[in-house]
Design a protein around this ligand. Sequence first.
Ligand code: AMP
Ligand code: MG
Length: 320
Amino acid sequence: MYVLGIESTAHTFGVGIVEDGEVLSNERDVYKPASGGIIPREAALHHYTLGPSILKAALKRAGVGIKEIDLFAFARGPGILSCLKTGAQMAAFLSAKYGREVVGVNHCIAHIEIARKCSGFADPLMLYVSGGNTQIITFQNGRYVVFGETQDIGIGNLLDKVGRRLGIPFPAGPKIEEYAKAGKHYIKMPYSIKGMDVSFSGIETFISRVQNEHRIEDVCFSLQETVFSMLIEASERAMAYCKKDSMIIAGGVAANTRLNEMGKMMCGERGSSFARIPMEYAGDNGAMIAYTGYLMRDYDRQLPQPKPNFRTDAEVIKYR
Ligand code: AMP
Ligand code: MG
């Protein structure tokens, strides 16, 4: 069975194809604003313009004809409405033209499912860290429950905002990581955990006040140490409470080596397993939507309509 998945929730337009759950192709292109953050209209135009060529590339790489696709999956949300619409429209068009059904996938759950597949862990705690999302998620009573999350902005969003202040273009995460490696002096920053939730916005304000007094390397180093410690502390608490013995990190920020090091250290001390997700599947991608669509193949069918505020815990997981 071939499932084609379309990802378009934010900056990435991706198309992936799976055959019986195995990934055949995973093509994408990422919208990069000239300056500042994502402009929804521009991102949607990027997706709309490049979508067809990414679709063709994914089919070509997979060696599959469009008429052979059995099911179309698309990311319903959460995400930016104008961006979500481009993926939903493509799914609707393909469905009508080729007479195949459409399944709408929760983007956060797709990150979890591809991470579960890559790690081989049956029931891990998931730290999902991306541009717009920061969630600690566990599976309980048929749903993915958000055990802890950011009370304001996503961690990637924080890194990108701080990056903008420091003159680092979007997406700032990789460059911040590079600077952090040369950091020597730790600057104490606001460390804000409330229960299992975290809060980041105070850190940006703090950095705006002190950035001129310190080397950029030290600012980046201290920023990473502070926010990653917060996330790992909250994750450890969730693991203990939910009695999970494995952990995975996914989302664009999962590309960060230091964050993975900390996760591995924490799990090592608890006697738990830790896995780092391959780079190809860490950020937004179409393969994770196709794969999750494949898991949902016998259960859910939706009208190809976006759901911008689609919560992780809103979906009843019928395939687990
Ligand atoms: P996503 O929304 O999942 O595609 O993730 C995008 C976010 O990941 C952006 O905010 C990037 O700044 C961030 N990011 C990418 N690479 C890294 C890295 N090496 N370290 C930290 N953050 C990163
Ligand atoms: Mg994402």
